[in-house]
Design a protein around this ligand. Structure first.
Ligand code: MF3
Ligand code: CO
Ligand code: CO
Length: 287
């Protein structure tokens, strides 16, 4: 379409997966940092009584004030800066006028474009005081993300990432959502590869589904963003075409980081500069 794509055609690829250069890591550091700062900024604003569209407006202003572009606006017709997914919403919740209630849990997902690079990250937040079970789901989901990240190094496979996540989620009695996955990113928002959060499962209709055994190589950029349900993994997308909920209405949680494969491991681009990586957030006015 424009410059970014022209440059992309020059990127080295293995199959469909781009291998980025060291200066590209610098681009992702900047974009990832701003996305994480946006989520940091929101911490003190998430509380009962606040509407999700008010949070979206804060993120929109924050992004523009920092000279960046909200990647989701205009993406496949989406019209908001954030996806905000409370309680049984798995992902792609649309910000709106409804106020948060005491005990709600919510995922907030921000993607910004800085100098053409995409930083994509999400975290869970508390509105007030959620129940113990909701907290345990959130804790496990956070651990799932990190068990996936800890696997990442050259020679490991996409299936190894999925296995680490699935094993932990299922050991804790939860299920891994299969209908959405992580993705390559960089100058492109959603690129190859698909990063599924399971190693293997049996589908009622199509039989055994296995994650690809694609080997990770230095210079690959992708997200890991496990969605973990308290109940069944099955998803329903609402009539708005976006909001994905758990079919059994059970709670769902998600965390997401953008990362790059290095020569000997992994670099996470979207760590919280303030250490606000999971709730409860110090200084969050969540009462
Ligand atoms: N940030 C989401 C992801 O993790 C994508 C949101 S696309 C949108 O990939 F259009 F719904 F915003
Ligand atoms: Co993503
Ligand atoms: Co995201």
């Amino acid at each position: 379409m424009h410059d970014a794509e022209a440059e992309d055609t020059q990127a080295i690829r293995t199959g469909a997966i781009k291998l980025h250069r060291s200066e590209d890591f610098e681009g992702m550091r900047k974009a990832g940092r701003l996305a994480a700062q946006c989520l940091d900024m929101l911490c003190e604003h998430v509380r009962p009584g606040v509407s999700t569209q008010a949070l979206d407006k804060l993120a929109y202003d924050f992004t523009l004030d920092h000279g960046a572009i909200p990647a989701c606006i205009g993406y496949r017709g989406y019209r908001h800066t954030l996806c905000i997914s409370p309680n049984h919403v798995i992902c792609h919740g649309i910000p709106g006028p409804k106020a948060l209630k005491n005990g709600d849990i919510l995922n907030i997902d921000a993607t910004v474009i800085v100098d053409g690079w995409h930083g994509d990250t999400s975290r869970m937040y508390f509105a007030g005081e959620p129940k113990v079970k909701a907290r345990r789901l959130i804790e496990t989901t956070f651990e799932c993300l990190w068990k996936g990240i800890d696997v990442v190094k050259p020679g490991a496979t996409l299936r190894d990432i999925g296995r680490a996540i699935q094993t932990h989620a299922e050991t804790q009695g939860f299920s891994v959502v299969r209908d959405f996955c992580g993705h390559g990113l960089g100058r492109v928002f959603h690129d190859a590869p698909n990063v599924v959060h399971y190693a293997e499962y049996k589908d009622k209709y199509s039989g055994v589904q296995r994650a690809p055994d694609t080997e990770l190589k230095p210079g690959m950029f992708f997200t890991i963003e496990p969605m973990i349900n308290e109940g069944r993994p099955d998803v329903k997308v609402m009539k708005d075409g976006w909001t994905a909920v758990s079919r059994d209405k059970s709670l769902s949680a998600q965390f997401e980081h953008s990362l790059g494969v290095t020569e000997d491991g992994v670099e996470v681009f979207t760590g919280s500069p303030k250490g606000l990586d999971k709730p409860p957030y110090d200084g969050q006015h969540n009462k």
